[in-house]
Design a protein around this ligand. Sequence first.
Ligand SMILES: NC(=O)c1ccc[n+]([C@@H]2O[C@H](COP(=O)([O-])OP(=O)(O)OC[C@H]3O[C@@H](n4cnc5c(N)ncnc54)[C@H](O)[C@@H]3O)[C@@H](O)[C@H]2O)c1
Ligand SMILES: [Zn+2]
Ligand SMILES: [Zn+2]
Length: 396
Amino acid sequence: MRAVVWHGRRDVRVDTVPDPTIVEPTDAIVRITSSGLCGSDLHLYEVLAPFMAPGDILGHEPMGVVEAVGASVTNLSVGDRVVVPFNIACGHCFMCDQGLQSQCETTQVRAHGCGAALFGYTELYGQVPGGQAEMLRVPHADYGPIKIPDGPADDRFLFLSDVLPTAWQAFQYADVPPGGSLVVLGLGPIGDMTCRVAQQHGVERVIGIDLVPERLARAKHRGVDVLDWNSFDDTSDIVDAVRSRTEGRGPDAVIDAVGMEAEGSPVAKAAHTVTAALPDKLAAKLMRKAGTDRLAALHLALDLVRRGGTVSVIGVYGAMTNPMPMMTMFDKQIQLRMGQANVRRWVDDIMPLLTDDDPLGVDSFATHHLTLDEAPSAYSMFQSKSDGAIKVVFNP
Ligand SMILES: NC(=O)c1ccc[n+]([C@@H]2O[C@H](COP(=O)([O-])OP(=O)(O)OC[C@H]3O[C@@H](n4cnc5c(N)ncnc54)[C@H](O)[C@@H]3O)[C@@H](O)[C@H]2O)c1
Ligand SMILES: [Zn+2]
Ligand SMILES: [Zn+2]
């Protein structure tokens, strides 16, 4: 089959690799019809390279049609249309029972001290072959895949694999009080969808911050009050602008939908450049031991939120000892919540919104539909945010 394969920093190719087969009785094989490209893939494309190996198949936002099932998979039949959640979970352990599927104790990658295995996401998360491919082996298919009806085109359901539950969790964790205000940092696919979810829940005051004109425009078009990060000289000016919109106090909640590659962190950006020049073993050690995340967005979130408010971190961070403003966090009595999305936990809540009236705008959410062969240029386009790329979907 054809698959998007990682070969090195900024070097992904479309290779012919062996077709996947059933290995465990709980496996299924899915023929992929659509597969998303995510901001998380961009971390692998460059910064998280030390944790990747040439040959790794990328992708964690797939959907398609069941081709084969293992002997213990009784919930799926050949021909079923399914969306595959990005985290791999068993559905019956202590963590899964609590709706913490991203912490599944059956698939946890204990060798690296990490949570549940993920499709296409580094050795830290199990080095499981991903879904930007023609076919995918789905472990724990007796629990994971979400059966969806025939009829609407793929994009109606595709984002259940990651974007929708991630945005949903970001909003739930932000704990916006009735009548409250929310700032969303980053208006990539995750931040954009988070704004939509917040509005859907009746939050009237949603302020979105980014620096890419078409991302700002898209959120504005849906009623988000947008601020262009680039138009401010200093963080304190952004804080002032937000306070002036939130009774001088700051918003009740801030969601960081940017993550470890935030603009505006010159020191950590230099560290990323330095680690890029090191041999992978050394770079991996440095990244796990030293503070090399770009924390501009997270620190801005802590500055922006009102005293006693909540910061919900949905952007991914990867370094071990990041410097954090403990004095501010303690003094402002900030509540912090974060983590990988527990995809399965939110699916039943989201499904009723995936209707023909399409309140979340999923049908027109993707800006680009491309073939798998176009993956190398798609990665580069999405990284440079050129050609209006906000969400890319591959159709193998
Ligand atoms: N927790 C999870 O389960 C989960 C799931 C999916 C994605 N993610 C993470 O969410 C983050 C966003 O993903 P995405 O697909 O939207 O990616 P993306 O890279 O397209 O979006 C990030 C956005 O942040 C903006 N940005 C950069 N620096 C900023 C700053 N200082 N202030 C404000 N905005 C800034 C960028 O212009 C971009 O639009 C990534 O870190 C991704 O890994 C987490
Ligand atoms: Zn994703
Ligand atoms: Zn489990």
